[in-house]
Design a protein around this ligand. Structure first.
Ligand code: AMP
Ligand code: ZN
Length: 112
């Protein structure tokens, strides 16, 4: 499949890794929107939150457990945001489920 994040998960395209296990990968965003900005993806292709089903939803719990651990390891105690854009109007540019983790500056709410 011609999917950028499947290729990154497979190691065919290099990334700056934050965390990896057999199911998921976390790597720094190439165009950071905050001093800390990394992405967490399942290695198995899921298109977006819209592709989460009872059969594959366990991966989301695992992703959030790892985000919690990384938030402690990276000392994000001042706050961080987890965002997943779904579809065109939300600004999803890569159609492989990914969770942005943003930290290190004050983040506006509501988002633009
Ligand atoms: P979204 O626009 O929500 O789909 O997020 C996709 C994110 O992937 C953007 O923040 C991009 O900067 C990021 N991105 C695109 N290509 C790469 C890459 N090769 N390595 C790391 N991040 C990337
Ligand atoms: Zn993919």
């Amino acid at each position: 499949m011609d999917c950028l994040f499947c290729k990154i998960a497979a190691g065919e395209i290099p990334s700056r890794k934050v965390y990896e296990d057999d199911q998921i990968l976390a790597f720094y965003d190439i165009e950071p929107q905050a001093p800390v900005h990394f992405l967490v993806i399942p290695k198995k292709h899921i298109s977006s939150v819209g592709g989460i089903t009872p059969e594959n939803s366990q991966i989301v719990a695992h992703i959030y457990e790892v985000i919690a651990k990384l938030s402690h390891d990276l000392k994000l105690e001042n706050g961080f945001r987890v965002v997943t854009n779904c579809g065109e109007e939300a600004g999803q540019s890569v159609p492989h489920l990914h969770f942005h983790v943003l930290a290190g500056r004050s983040l506006a709410w509501p988002p633009g």
